[in-house]
Design a protein around this ligand. Structure first.
Ligand SMILES: [Zn+2]
Length: 303
């Protein structure tokens, strides 16, 4: 069989007879054995260059975790800013977009390096994506994803442009928008931050954590995981002077991380005292906080 396969290298018109199809979770594997034979074909009626290209409609028929070799699609909606999100126990940047082709529209999550590679209304060839499901099926970039501008512009019919996606997500976004935020701009008079490890399963901070151990059992949910699976989380309280009042505001890890990454200060995250010092160095901050005194957006007041 090997010599036969060597013989047909570089040629395409062959047919494998008697193969075994295995479902390996992330897709299908075709396996051959001694019973498999090769037969030459005059011509085969498909373009092998397009053999991995899916339409968005075909993607929508896949199952979660399945691999998508290639799609050609237009970005019809793009989230304004990236948001911090936890994946595989790490805090990463995430940006959502909607991509469409003549057949359908679908959500696509772009992670880290993929984020800066797309613009709205541009057509792209996206390779090595994966399918996920939360409520409905969507696409996500993977560590192997490549994105390049498509020479051929993808046409998206008006009907598909208007197709509604992620009804659930829209509801959540509206709830956030309706949340009443108060803005305070003033000098920081105190800050107390704590560096904790957070369970990647229930997101609860751990009071006692031994970095040199192999595993750790979550104090909240009891789930035992490798020490490396716990995400570093810096959170605490900042006191801002507002007239005569010392206003205590809660800083969550997500908000802090967003602030630091927007100001290119991620390295401060390594030492909680450096973050605290930074607050005094900058001095004046603008904080937008909700009814529970939890800061939602923090920017330096000097801007
Ligand atoms: Zn937990």
């Amino acid at each position: 069989m090997h010599t036969e396969l060597d013989r047909c290298q570089g040629k395409w018109n062959y047919c494998l007879i008697h193969v075994f199809v295995h479902n390996v979770g992330a897709g299908l594997d075709i396996r051959i054995n001694d019973a498999t034979t090769l037969e030459e074909f005059e011509s085969i009626d498909f373009d092998y260059r397009d053999f991995r290209t899916f339409t968005v409609e075909q993607v929508a028929l896949l199952k979660p975790q399945e691999h998508v070799g290639k799609i050609k699609a237009k970005v019809v909606w793009l989230q304004d800013c990236s948001v911090p999100a936890i994946a595989h126990g790490k805090l990463l940047k995430l940006k959502e977009c909607h991509v469409a082709d003549p057949t359908r529209k679908i959500r696509l999550q772009l992670w880290e390096g993929c984020i800066g590679q797309v613009e709205k209304d541009e057509s792209y060839v996206l390779e090595n994506l994966s399918v996920r499901e939360r409520g409905e099926l969507y696409l996500t970039s993977t560590k192997d994803t490549t994105i390049r501008v498509s020479e051929e512009k993808v046409q998206v019919p008006e009907l598909i442009l208007r197709q509604q996606l992620e009804v659930k997500q829209h509801k959540q976004e509206q709830e956030v928008e309706q949340e009443v935020l108060t803005t305070v701009q003033g000098p920081v008079c105190g800050v107390k931050l704590a560096d904790q490890r957070q369970c990647s399963s229930c997101h609860k901070g751990q009071l006692a954590f031994n970095l040199t151990a192999i595993s750790h059992r979550c104090e909240a949910c009891g789930f035992c995981q490798r020490v490396g699976s716990y995400v570093q989380a810096v959170n605490g309280t900042v006191w801002v002077n507002e007239g005569d009042v010392k206003l205590p505001l809660t800083l969550t890890s997500t908000v802090l991380m967003t602030y630091l990454s927007q100001n290119d200060l991620q390295e401060l995250f390594a030492d909680v005292r450096l973050v605290e010092e930074h607050f005094f160095e900058v001095g004046v901050f603008e904080n937008q906080y909700n009814a529970n005194n939890v800061v939602v957006i923090v920017t330096t007041g000097n801007v």
